[in-house]
Design a protein around this ligand. Sequence first.
Ligand SMILES: [Zn+2]
Length: 70
Amino acid sequence: MNLIRLLLILVLIWIVWSFFKRKNANKIKDKPNVKQIPMVSCKYCGLHIPVNESIRVGNANFCCKEHSQL
Ligand SMILES: [Zn+2]
């Protein structure tokens, strides 16, 4: 009787553990989608570029140094 109870508890722990493991795996998969780089358009030519590649002058974004100076 005690052995069956122990086995049942072990199975229950395994189910909970595998559930949390799957939950964490889904979180890791979702991360790249959540961390999308916002796009900005160049004020001079209107080209869309990722915000980390753009050149920011005041409130305006530009695609390259040349356009930021024009
Ligand atoms: Zn431009």
